[in-house]
Design a protein around this ligand. Structure first.
Ligand SMILES: NC(=O)c1ccc[n+]([C@@H]2O[C@H](COP(=O)([O-])OP(=O)(O)OC[C@H]3O[C@@H](n4cnc5c(N)ncnc54)[C@H](OP(=O)(O)O)[C@@H]3O)[C@@H](O)[C@H]2O)c1
Length: 279
């Protein structure tokens, strides 16, 4: 999808990866719709981005997502791109994981992107297709102690995204998952519960702009899986490079009978029916 001239909704645009992505897409010529709950921050960012629109949105409310999409269409006439980026971490060991927290983060990290996709897909179907980018996490591809709740929500998002990719492909809608690693944003100060888990390694966080570049690459190419790296790296399910091996693969489709085999089996069935009838 061509970014220049496109209409892009970015959720979680009030900080971190969402704000960096909105700046990048706007710089590439997109009309950007900034969505999050903190209105003042959105308005401050919008002043930098010509032709952008701010819509205060709590993405866990289906009504507010509907309103976000409706106001975007009222203003620009269409939606070309949805970046489902709003999200929150939940970094506690399983024995301490409060189901109330897990349900809340599941609503934000999984249900909200689903409702967002459901809101834009009919518009994209009736137009000329589009692009959906769901921001996941590299933690959903490996097993880390202390991250079970958060990683489970992002793993669920990965699967929804892959099924969406299959279901929407015929309408010209690309669905991509982007997998950031630890990134220098407010994320680890705003976890629902717990703290940064590094497994004892020293980590240099990526700048949020690097994730923005991976998101822009996903929009342009429709690559289903994009690892945040410099430059961004497509991941092919099944590839033996490490990451590819960790991705679920599409189930093989049952082989369709060849036209000739199908007509032979039809003829055989009709011969058998005829023989039974003459007995
Ligand atoms: N930073 C990392 O290390 C890292 C690593 C892997 C993946 N990620 C993923 O990257 C995405 C962006 O995170 P970030 O690093 O940029 O963190 P961040 O700086 O904390 O930004 C999170 C954004 O989500 C928005 N948000 C939270 N709840 C919302 C709600 N109910 N409705 C609407 N917006 C909501 C916040 O805005 P308001 O509070 O104003 O609503 C904020 O703009 C998340 O999906 C996260 O899981 C981050």
């Amino acid at each position: 999808m061509e970014i220049d001239g496109s209409v892009c909704i970015v959720t979680g645009a009030s900080s971190g990866i969402g704000a960096a992505t909105a700046r990048l897409l706007s710089g590439l010529g997109a009309q950007v719709v900034l969505a999050a709950r903190r209105t003042e921050r959105l308005e401050t960012l919008a002043r930098e981005l010509p032709g952008s629109l701010t819509i205060t949105t709590d993405v866990t409310s289906a009504e507010q997502i509907e309103r976000l999409v409706a106001r975007t269409v009222d203003t620009y006439g269409r939606v070309d791109v949805l970046v489902n980026n709003a999200g929150q971490g939940l970094h506690v060991p399983l024995e301490e994981l409060d189901p109330v927290d897990l349900r809340a983060v599941f609503e934000l990290n999984v249900v909200a992107p689903l409702v967002g996709m459901q809101a834009v897909v009919p518009l994209m179907r009736s137009g000329s297709g589009g692009s959906i980018v769901n921001v996941s996490s590299a933690t959903s591809l490996r097993v880390f102690s202390g991250l079970g709740g958060y990683s489970a929500t992002k793993a669920a998002l990965n699967m929804l995204s892959q099924v969406a990719g299959l279901e929407f492909a015929s309408a010209g809608i690309g669905v991509s998952v982007v997998y950031p690693s630890v990134t220098a944003t407010e994320f680890h100060q705003r976890l629902r519960a717990g703290h940064l888990v590094t497994g004892g390694r020293s980590i240099t966080p990526d700048p949020p702009e690097l994730v923005g570049r991976a998101i822009a690459m996903a929009i342009r190419t429709g690559e289903p899986h994009v690892l945040v790296a410099d430059p961004p790296k497509p991941i092919e399910p099944g590839d033996s490079d490490g990451w590819g091996l960790l991705l679920a693969r599409q189930a093989p489709r049952p082989a369709l009978p060849s036209a000739q085999a199908a007509s032979e089996s039809k003829a055989k069935a009709s011969r058998e029916t005829g023989q039974q009838g003459s007995r």
